[in-house]
Design a protein around this ligand. Structure first.
Ligand SMILES: CC(C)(COP(=O)(O)OP(=O)(O)OC[C@H]1O[C@@H](n2cnc3c(N)ncnc32)[C@H](O)[C@@H]1OP(=O)(O)O)[C@@H](O)C(=O)NCCC(=O)NCCS
Length: 205
């Protein structure tokens, strides 16, 4: 049994991957803490409420796009003995020499190249490229169509926005945001927001 936590758009993507992997619907349960969603439907699944204790020692996958929220829920569930389940869509390309951290999701069309490493609880979204020898810390999100060139390092909790590019060997700090479409050509050392081509640091609102 796999317990999906979260029932928004990202959960729909994860459910699509589980279907592609051939998991029967009966072996999937969907949970959310948002009272507005509990009792509603996502696909054929009724969304259930939960508290961490109820799910203790379960196999869980956190389907929450927001990095901080995903990390917080993961910490609460690991505290009660849950294991973070990794999901790799069969339509993704993952090198045999790549390392995918526990609880990470790799979406359809994504590429994780040779020698690349993702941390725990990351999202490598549709069509994203994590090229050779990149190192991603925990709870990073590489959004749809973003490209990390070779040997890029991404710090914990950082979002690389849709269609952004990070040039070879560049490091991006923890808890940063690379805006959609940005091209990062220098190290991004602060936990700030970086937008544009070439990317420039802007104040976080
Ligand atoms: C960068 C980002 C985080 C800024 O969001 P925000 O803090 O709400 O900022 P605002 O939308 O108020 O924009 C602030 C300024 O930055 C500019 N800006 C925002 N996003 C930008 C981007 N991606 N590229 C260039 N400029 C951008 C805005 O035009 C605005 O400029 P102004 O002050 O001259 O008017 C957001 O626009 C973004 O790109 N997020 C990535 C989303 C994404 O890819 N998610 C993946 C989901 S799967």
């Amino acid at each position: 049994m796999i317990h999906l936590i979260g029932s928004g758009g990202h959960a729909r993507v994860v459910l699509d991957s589980l279907a592609a992997l051939g998991l029967p619907a009966q072996s999937i349960a969907v949970f959310d803490q948002n009272p507005d969603r509990i009792g509603g439907k996502i696909g054929s699944h009724t969304i259930q409420g939960f508290d961490a204790v109820q799910l203790s020692h379960s196999s869980v996958h956190i389907c929450i796009g927001d990095n901080r929220a995903r990390a917080n829920v993961a910490a609460a569930l690991e505290e009660v003995g849950c294991t973070l389940r990794t999901i790799v869509d069969p339509r993704a390309i993952v090198s045999a020499s790549a390392t995918i951290g526990a609880g990470t999701f790799v979406a359809a069309g994504a590429i994780v190249a040779t020698g690349a490493t993702t941390g725990r609880g990351c999202i490598i979204n549709h069509g994203a490229i994590v090229d050779h020898e990149c190192v991603l810390a925990d709870f990073v999100h590489i959004a749809p169509g973003a490209t990390l060139a070779g040997s890029v390092a991404i710090g914990q909790g950082t979002l690389v926005g849709a269609g952004a590019n990070v040039l070879p060997g560049i490091s991006v700090a923890s808890n940063a945001i690379v805006g959609a479409g940005a091209v990062v050509i220098d190290d991004a050392a602060d936990p700030s927001v970086y937008v544009g081509v070439p990317a420039r640091k802007v104040e976080r609102r």
